[in-house]
Design a binder for this molecule. Structure first.
Ligand SMILES: *Cc1c(COP(=O)(O)O)cnc(C)c1O
Length: 360
């Protein structure tokens, strides 16, 4: 038995499975299949397994290394690479993923060649940009690209997809998704490919589920909505899900009364910023043993009512705990809920131990 070391990030597999089932069920009601997006969890196979057990149709990840870990762990779901493949990784993409999202003919050619060499057909979802301006061809370029992709012998032109709320912050709407579905129809007519997948975005599209997703959208790619139970257009909870499947736990290393105003000539803080302060008199202040080297602290939400994060340096997190009701001491453990930025950084940090189980 390994002793837990702090800081630790607890991963409640049962809550992830429950969230997966909830999102999958809501999508099924609208005839939408789900790619469960694992990328925030750095290839942790237990998370992918919870997605699979919760009923996703596909596992999606942006990194080929993560897909490789899932294959090794015998996760029994078809895999989709979400980030546009690098040409240099085409062989691995075809070996590890059944499907990938593609916007470049040169990349498609490389995938086709590797698929032929491996004796398979690789599914591609052609990406179009509906205004957010990350990956994807402009809609007026898509028919021509689809004709080229459809001719490639190692590929199956399997779908049309788009992405929202990543670069431009563009929110998916019924109008935009209708335009996508309509474009898919034109590609079908032009190429003769059945195009079963029309992939209408990520967790930012979840808010449209009740009645806003038009006929013709057949798939969503969902990460945050499952992992953290939040849609990302308006940052509202996904009904029936848990927001605390992931929690950060860290230890109090100092607990003292201190003034709220620094004393002296104010220059910059440890990260070159000029801090501003409000005088609230003497406050109860805790230092927790975690900092900006471990996690993006702006994405942490204290679980204790009344606790407020007032600052952080590389290795120290400062909190005003004056209003916290439970008795705290040096050595107490503080818990935090995590937003996506904190989750990714915490999962990435080798200083944060990961504890997988249930009921933390
Ligand atoms: C990350 C990603 C997703 C999932 O995004 P969430 O907001 O976590 O649901 C979907 N599609 C692509 C292409 C991605 O890169």
């Amino acid at each position: 038995m390994i002793e837990v070391s702090y800081p630790s990030l607890t991963i409640d597999i049962e809550k992830i499975k429950h969230n997966t089932e909830t999102v999958v069920k809501a999508c099924r009601l609208r005839n939408i299949s789900v790619v469960g997006v694992t990328k925030a969890c750095c290839g942790e196979p237990d998370v992918a397994r919870a997605f699979a057990d919760g009923g996703v149709d596909w596992i999606g990840d942006s990194r080929i290394q993560n897909l490789a870990r899932f294959k090794t762990a015998n996760i029994d779901k078809p895999m989709c690479l979400l980030r546009l493949p690098m040409i240099s990784e085409a062989r691995e993409v075809v070996r590890l993923a059944e499907m990938s999202l593609v916007s470049e003919a040169d990349t498609a050619r490389a995938l086709s060649k590797e698929a032929l060499a491996a004796g398979r057909r690789h599914k591609v979802v052609l990406m179009t940009d509906m205004g957010d301006l990350r990956e994807g061809l402009q809609p007026q370029e898509i028919l021509q690209a689809a004709m080229i992709f459809a001719e490639m012998p190692g590929l199956e032109l399997y779908g049309l997809g788009t992405n929202f709320a990543c670069y431009g912050g563009v929110i998916p709407t019924t109008e935009k998704l209708s335009a996508l579905a309509e474009l898919a129809g034109r590609i079908r007519a032009q190429t003769g490919c059945p195009l079963p997948v029309v992939s209408g975005g990520n967790s930012s599209s979840l808010y449209l589920l009740p009645e806003g997703i038009p006929e013709g959208i057949t798939q969503l790619r969902i990460g945050e909505g499952i992992l953290l139970g939040q849609e990302t257009s308006y940052r509202r909870p996904v009904p029936g899900t848990f927001s605390d499947a992931f929690r950060l736990h860290c230890e109090v290393i100092e607990l003292q009364n201190k003034p709220s105003m620094p004393d002296g000539l104010i220059g910059t803080d440890a990260f070159g910023r000029s801090p501003v302060f409000e005088d609230k008199g003497i406050r109860r202040r805790a230092i927790a043993a975690i900092g900006r080297h471990d996690v993006i602290v702006e994405g942490l939400i204290p679980a204790d009512a009344g606790a407020v994060i007032i600052g952080a340096s590389s290795d120290h997190l400062l909190l005003d705990v004056t209003e916290v009701e439970r008795p705290l001491a040096v050595g107490s453990i503080l818990k935090f809920e995590m937003q996506y930025s904190a989750l990714i950084s915490g999962m990435m940090s080798s200083y944060v131990s990961k504890v997988i189980g249930r009921g933390f």
